[in-house]
Design a protein around this ligand. Sequence first.
Ligand code: ADP
Ligand code: ZN
Ligand code: ZN
Length: 741
Amino acid sequence: MYADIIVDISHENLDKTYQYAVPAEWEKKAVVGSLVKIPFGKGERYLKGYIVSLSEYPKIPLEKIKCVLEVVENGLAIESQLIKLAFWIKDNYGATMNDALKTVIPVKRKVKQKENKRIILAQKKETAVAYLAIYQKKHHTAKVRLLEALLADETLDFEMVTGKLNISRETIKTLEKDKLITVKSSLVYRNPVRYESKDQKEIILNESQQKIADCMRKDYLEGIRKTYYIHGITGSGKTEIYMDIISSVVEQGKQVIMLIPEISLTYQTVMRFYHRFGGRVSFLHSRLSGGERYDQYVRAKNGEVDIMIGPRSALFTPFEQLGLIILDEEHETSYKSDSPPKYHAREVAIERARMTGSSVILGSATPSIESYKKALEGEYQLFHLTERANDAVLPKVWVADLREELKNKNKSIFSRKLSELITDRLAKKEQIMLFINRRGYAGFVSCRSCGYVMKCPHCDVSLTSHNNGKLICHYCGYEVEMVKKCPGCGSNYIAAFGTGTQKVEELVKKAFPEARVLRMDTDTTSKKEGHEKILAAFSNQEGDILVGTQMIVKGHDFPNVTLVGILAADLSLYSSDYKAAERTFQLLTQASGRAGRGKKQGEVVIQTYNPEHYSVITASTENYEEFYRKEMLFRSMMSYPPVEHMVAIMVSAKEETYCFDGARSLAEQSKLYISEEQGKIIGPVKASVSKVKDIYRWIVYIKCKDYEVLKKQKDQLEEYMQKQDLFRNCSVQFDFDPVHS
Ligand code: ADP
Ligand code: ZN
Ligand code: ZN
């Protein structure tokens, strides 16, 4: 057997592997992730390295291959663990091992840090004196020196201790372990929490929250490890349960990873955790600089934090003592990677938990269909929270039929009900959120005379009009001036359609001139902390109406918001992917959940052209169970996930013929591996966005009940592609149970 070994496990050097032979005596122990001792270079140099792949064949002449000296028994090393996880990801989602490794190993930034480490006494003086006596008796002179110095001077400079006092780092570590001293790094790390603290009230869990927390705690203390699902309506207090169970796990000396979609990782959320756990909690998000981000990983690895909160990538936090992984808002599509390896954080979390003996908690008000199915089948333990936590009442929901509005000659973007309620709230000095579904409201430009649509010349998407008079491609950034005449027919009837956030903001100002309007979308939040500024302004009542996209529906608590308007609910229904109804239900429910978070009851107006669609009806009554039943009927009928599994194989190439030929040969080849009873092969078909940045894209879909069959077929296709010249001109990506359309 031959092993590829990495000796420098840092992001930059992951592709530098060296092949060694594994002697027969070590073959049983040598697996991907194993720590090994190897001779390296000329002379008698030995290095440690990690196995990242194994094969039966040597890649270099046999006489040049050296042997692994030893496979080191080291089951717990975090590097081994992450490499094993990378291998699992590669195996399950189809990617190169290198891509998989790059996913799990953080990018190192070479940034100089100012070290300002100090040692402080962590115990009462009396305790320290008692220990001092013991050490003196045992002649542990170094410990005696340190304790004496600390008793005289409660905090000491780390450099001074290792230098002038001549105390070794091991001694310091031992005393730290015994909890006699603490090593503090003040401002060594760039701290992502830059805000002053405010007072926050104590919260006592209510009965239903307590029951769930107790149940999970009992399991945890008894060593039972499971995946739990908390299905709790918006505002039912899931986050409070997470914090409660996190405390218990941390008390056991274990560490916790909590995943939150980036968009929900707001100032409010950060502060809630910061108040509860102080410096033991750390946050990762995309607005951190590379250095800040890397610091958070280092702190985690050194055991200086117990809790890491962040989006998908936080899952790979190098905690040595992992005990619990939480995925909040489990249904979010951002948990699925959209570049290879196209892994799903939920599944990888469950695998990492299995490897480390940790528990997993999933939570959402609107569970993904696939997870809820597993919960109902008992694979996850399911809990429900059906009431709002802080006595807030559920909002009253109105559905406004936009077809009726048209019949009544109402051409404004506000239905009569919504107008009436906005006027009412403005008079009462209560706040309003207006939600726009980004998907349909893109503001594309087309000709009313001939139907010509302005498209990006490099991508198969329409251009979006912006206020600065430019048309912009959101896929590649291509820009062009707005045209005056239709390039198709030369008429003047070319104009922007649909209503972007900017347009809605204008229309609101026109219809309600007395209102102060704030807008939140990618344009207004692209600056660092742009998010927080707008939210803080709205929270401080500096605005009456907040207009925004998806962004405004996530995780914010505004007690004075008593009206939520969803301007066009069903635009996401027209999207072509099989999750369209699910996504619509989630958006509507989450958006409604923003109303009436405080003492006053809220109202929600859902404007739609499809008032009879089940996703609209069930969202307006917050009836998830009913939605689930209807949606599962549709999925069974169409053999879509989770009823069957599906893999999308996307072939892309510069020339469309290569692309098509590649896709067709993969479809043909698949027929050899998968019989008609086993599964269905669809395509090749053009991708819904069939060209991006001048690269064409075709897709083959394969549906099959058995995930293992699909996985095996992927391996076979990969082998096939290696032998075919055609695939030198194409790139191929596998996407299992796709969630991005
Ligand atoms: P979720 O995560 O389910 O949306 P949260 O945990 O954010 O719910 O709780 C919603 C609101 O209710 C928050 O403002 C929170 O402080 C409050 N809350 C939660 N649990 C309680 C409780 N037991 N008593 C009082 N207020 C609570
Ligand atoms: Zn483009
Ligand atoms: Zn035209």
